[in-house]
Ligand binder design. Structure first.
Ligand SMILES: [Zn+2]
Length: 546
């Protein structure tokens, strides 16, 4: 015991180093608004135990090896540590599993903008200081006399066992931020490789998809997926600013659904969900059952993707495997243009005589109203100014900067109105075709609605992040031929089940089709709606007290 105490005295700096690397995050976890008291206690206990075990092991290694081990520890913990601490200090949340996964798949463009939005000199200075402190500590570590394993076998074995248990048991490892970070990375890689392989293979297996539509008139079905649109900033949904002047003119020919929610509040999980049959209780359906393009390919449709969001045939995001199944792909994101770049592509498809007379599905993925709102529209759309129109109500959490951000967001909503209207106009000009367009946003966006916060993050999930605008435009000839469908804008729905609704629009029938899940079916049944793993009603009650 005396031997241990004397080593402890010599190793003060080492003690503080481990404390800094392993316990800073748990000590700050009381700041996390998304964690319950028990969650926080669990994090603290697991990290405390991990710290103690590593400290004991450190008594058995030589000064020189210790410096190497600590340098490696520093190198692997600094990036996850900075991210976790930034979340805790700036957003007052502890990162949840979903967000950790999305760190590895979010496309570089999106992360750059996210960083640009939150980055300040203070943040950079903070990260530099955070990394500098332990480097200085490692340099000042003094040599010491180590313990012999043979004299302290029990202590050594026990500590190794504790470390192995914490790293090895998934539920437990989640409490140690950097272990969780790398474990998540590995399981993400294994999962996506499996998905790519399985989904490619299933394309060669028989699966019957039939269409109940008469094939005399071809159908053009356009699905437009927007980005981060807060429907309460659309005049179509009663917003005080005129942000939908063009769509409003369409009157009854545009069905505007009032009560739709998204299955998550981040692009990737939403895209994975709405393009496949996977659901909260059955995530494995992602690979086991056919996805959107597969169904339409099998039904003989020409299938297109026009994407103004980063998309890669090398599967950089875990929904790319679903998008690559489109027969023709137009990736316009690298041009870094506003969303009007999709319009000429669409017109080109329609003008090509080879494409005439065929059923087709065109999926358009817009950059929409994504964060860094001022980059989403050309300068002619700089229209709204709260100082002139006084239409941004005062609130304690809305300062001048917040109001300016709202002005910018509203400009982007006005521009989105132009884009959707232009897509509909192009469809109106089609001759001898039935046409349908569905537009919805992947998820919503919070804009200083309840607190000093703009953006979307599952840890801070709120009603305006979860609710989405959803609208359907149909050519009169299409409406005429599909009297079997209903278009009731009052029906509540989650886009988690979108694949059944879009199948219904095309009249596709297949083994896994379920008409109680289609918004347009007379047999539709409302089921409980979840956003991530939280009930939508609970989120609404928490923020709006209803
Ligand atoms: Zn999104």
């Amino acid at each position: 015991m005396r031997e241990v105490l004397s080593i402890l005295k010599q190793k003060k700096i080492q003690f503080f180093f481990l404390f800094y690397i392993l316990l800073l995050v748990p000590i700050l976890c009381p700041l996390a608004e998304n964690f319950t008291f028990l969650d926080k206690v669990a994090v603290f206990l697991v990290c405390g135990l991990f710290f103690a075990a590593i400290w004991v092991i450190s008594l058995f290694i030589s000064s020189k090896s210790e410096k190497i081990v600590y340098s490696v520890m520093l190198a692997i913990s600094i990036i996850p540590g900075s991210i976790y601490l930034a979340y805790l200090l700036f957003a007052h949340v502890m990162m949840e599993q979903n967000s950790v996964t999305s760190l590895f798949e979010t496309n570089p463009e999106e992360s750059k903008e996210f960083v640009a939005h939150y980055l300040s000199l203070w943040v950079i200075a903070g990260v530099v200081a955070y990394a500098a402190v332990p480097i200085v500590m490692i340099c000042s570590m003094k040599s010491f006399k180590r313990l012999r394993v043979r004299n302290n076998k029990v202590l050594f074995v026990l500590s190794v066992a504790v470390i192995l248990c914490i790293v090895g048991i998934e539920r437990v490892s989640r409490s140690v931020y950097f272990v969780n970070f790398y474990r998540t990375y590995i399981s993400y890689k294994i999962r996506t490789n499996y998905e790519v392989k399985t989904i490619k293979e299933r394309q060669n297996v028989d699966y019957k998809v039939e269409s109940i539509r008469p094939d005399s008139v071809p159908l053009t079905l356009v699905v437009v997926i927007g980005e981060s649109l807060n429907k309460h900033h659309m005049s179509l949904y009663g917003y005080q600013r005129e942000t939908n002047p063009l769509l409003k003119k369409l009157g009854d020919s545009l069905v505007v659904y009032k009560d739709l929610v998204a299955p998550q509040v981040h692009t990737i999980p939403v895209m994975r969900s709405l393009m496949s049959m996977s659901e909260l209780s059955h995530p494995s359906y992602f690979t086991q059952k056919p996805s959107l393009y597969e169904l339409f390919n099998r039904a003989g449709y020409d299938t297109y993707l026009i994407s103004n969001q980063e998309f890669s045939e090398e599967y950089k995001s875990s929904y790319d495997i679903l998008l690559t199944l489109a027969k023709k792909k137009y990736n316009v994101a690298p041009f870094k243009q506003h969303d009007d770049i999709v319009l000429p592509v669409m017109e080109k498809i329609f003008k090509n005589p080879e494409n005439n007379g065929k059923n087709r599905l065109i999926l358009i993925h817009l950059i929409g109203n994504h964060m860094a709102y001022e980059f989403r529209y050309p300068k002619e759309y700089i229209v709204f100014n709260h100082k002139k129109d006084n239409l941004v109500p005062d609130a304690p959490y809305r300062d001048e900067k917040a109001k300016k951000t709202i002005d910018k967001f509203d400009n982007s909503v006005l521009y989105n109105d132009y884009i959707i209207n232009s897509i509909i106009n192009t469809l109106k000009s089609l001759q001898g075709q039935d046409a349908v367009m569905v537009y919805f946003s992947d998820h919503g966006e919070e804009l200083y609605d309840y607190r000093e916060f703009a953006g979307h993050a599952y840890e801070k999930v709120s009603p305006t992040m979860s609710e989405v605008p959803f609208m359907v435009w149909m050519s009169p000839s299409y409406r005429e031929t599909r009297q079997d469908l209903i278009f009731n804008p009052e029906l509540p729905y989650s886009t988690e089940d979108f694949i059944y609704s879009v199948s219904d629009l095309a009249g596709l029938k297949y083994k896994d089709y379920n008409d109680t899940r289609s918004l347009f079916s007379k047999k539709y049944e409302l089921k409980r709606r979840y956003v991530g793993e939280k009930k939508y009603e609970d989120i609404k009650n928490k923020f709006e007290g209803k």
